[in-house]
Design a protein. Structure first.
Length: 166
């Protein structure tokens, strides 16, 4: 059975083949992993029964989102900074998003946003299923930004955005 854990960046294998596509898309990804490990930050990691990584989600609280146009409303933002999972016809994506919403509620965030490359249409569709919508663009080549306004959940309104990455 899969195991979803919240672990320090220093606890998981940065050379796991799971990260190869992220390293291909983001040349600075290995340095970013090391920087997060040095800062003792954590992420959600999904392991299979053989302890191979099959999912990863990094959340960043109170991100200023200065590189998004138009700007997000003033408030406490929770950014889904890195999000990837091996889809196997299961509800893994939903499982990760529930963790993001739980984290947003417990941290007092006003909203959640994510940046996504167009080529990840399956992720965009997943986010839109949960109320995210396209908001603007991230000021970086090849990036879009998506923005989402979610319905009331647990008597608290949380806004959610998808920022497409071009």
């Amino acid at each position: 059975m899969d195991s979803l854990r919240y672990e320090s960046f220093s606890q998981f294998d940065h050379n796991d083949p799971f990260f190869d596509s992220l390293k291909s898309d983001y040349k600075e990804f290995p340095d970013w992993l090391k920087k997060k490990a040095d800062a003792n930050e954590s992420a959600y990691i999904l392991y299979d029964e053989n302890h191979k990584i099959e999912g990863f989600m990094y959340l960043k609280e109170n991100d200023d989102a200065n590189d998004i146009s138009p700007k997000l409303p003033h408030g406490r933002h929770l950014k889904i900074g890195t999000f990837k999972f091996e889809s196997k016809g299961t509800l893994r994506g939903q499982r990760f998003l529930k963790k993001a919403f739980d984290h947003a509620f417990s941290s007092g965030s006003d909203d959640i946003y994510v940046t996504v490359f167009d080529k990840h249409a399956h992720l965009i569709k997943l986010f839109q299923t949960y109320g995210f919508y396209v908001h603007g663009e991230k000021k970086r080549i090849m990036e879009k930004s998506m923005y989402m306004l979610a319905p009331c959940v647990m008597s608290t309104v949380i806004s959610c955005w998808i920022i497409p990455e071009y």
